[in-house]
Design a protein around this ligand. Structure first.
Ligand code: G3P
Ligand code: CA
Length: 284
């Protein structure tokens, strides 16, 4: 089945376009997804949040300030209010060399618009962002995935830092392939906080097969950072141990070619990158 094929593909290497081709176009906009799709990225990565009137939008930050001409928290606004914002001009201002007048005025994208544009021709790597700030997110997401027949067609992975969000998704539909995200730090204190926040896994140095198996109970893979302030927080052994426990590992967010090569040598199963073009060239 297409879903089985998707899971099999996870064993090889996946190019994951982080917020679309966000190194070349304003993140999370249609222009960024058009480009990544054109290049042939394996997955379009996106974060979903919910508006005050219950619509799913593709947006990373809790606040709209950094990437739009508005201010405040995204979930305090209706879709209509958000649609009036310009989410492209900030990119042109910040990247003079990549600026394109066509980006100006880019609207916040709904999940529906993204699905309608690419349908089953793309695969989507969807993060439930800040589940506590976005009540109803999981229910709305599962409804959208089912309506568009995304799950059985092997079109979607759903990722979250919060185990509780993934468990809720699984309760709503047990076929969605889930990815547990983690965020490691060299500091023990930070890692303790991570355990509290996400509900999973101690620091890589202490992680056991049992810890990986506990994730394997509900997830098909892991997404992790590699470095923290330039210092490695995992190594090739971590990757291998996860894989031996049946969990492919995707790492975020890797933009430099040398770093891409280093991680491919470690045997990771995929990279989240703002520059899918660079990674696709390497993979060739
Ligand atoms: O989803 C993987 C990676 O995107 C997690 O970090 O903050 O870019 O969503 P963030
Ligand atoms: Ca994300």
């Amino acid at each position: 089945t297409p879903l089985e094929q998707q899971l099999k593909d996870l064993e090889s290497f996946q190019v994951i376009a982080h917020r679309g081709a966000s190194g070349h176009a304003p993140e999370s906009t249609m222009a960024a997804y058009e480009l990544a799709n054109e290049w042939g990225a394996d997955y379009l990565e996106l974060d979903v949040q919910i508006t005050s009137d219950g619509e799913l939008v593709v947006f990373h930050d809790d606040a709209i300030d950094r990437t739009s001409d508005g201010e405040g928290n995204i979930h305090d606004y209706t879709l209509e209010e958000l649609k009036a914002l310009d989410t492209g001009t900030w990119f042109n201002d910040a990247n003079v060399d990549k600026a394109d007048p066509a980006f100006a005025g880019a609207q916040i994208l709904t999940l529906e618009e993204l699905f309608e544009r690419f349908g089953h021709d793309a695969r989507y790597y969807i993060e439930t962002k800040s589940p506590l700030l976005n009540p109803g997110l999981e229910e709305a997401l599962v409804e959208a995935l089912e309506e568009h027949d995304m799950i059985e067609n092997g079109r979607v992975l759903v990722q979250s830092f919060e185990q509780g969000s993934l468990l809720k998704l699984r309760e709503l539909n047990q076929h969605i392939p889930l990815i547990q995200l983690v965020w490691y730090s060299p500091s023990e204190e930070d890692n303790d906080r991570l355990v509290e926040w996400t509900g999973v896994t101690p620091a890589p140095a202490d992680i056991t097969d049992e810890d990986f198996q506990a994730i394997k109970e509900y997830a098909v893979g892991i997404g992790t950072n590699v470095t923290y302030n330039g210092e490695d927080v995992i190594d090739a052994d971590f990757i291998r141990q996860a894989q031996e426990n049946g969990l492919p590992v995707h790492v975020y967010t890797i933009n430099e070619v040398d770093e891409m090569k280093r991680l491919q040598d470690w045997g990771v199963n995929g990279l989240f990158t703002d520059y899918a073009d660079r990674l696709l060239e390497l993979a060739d």
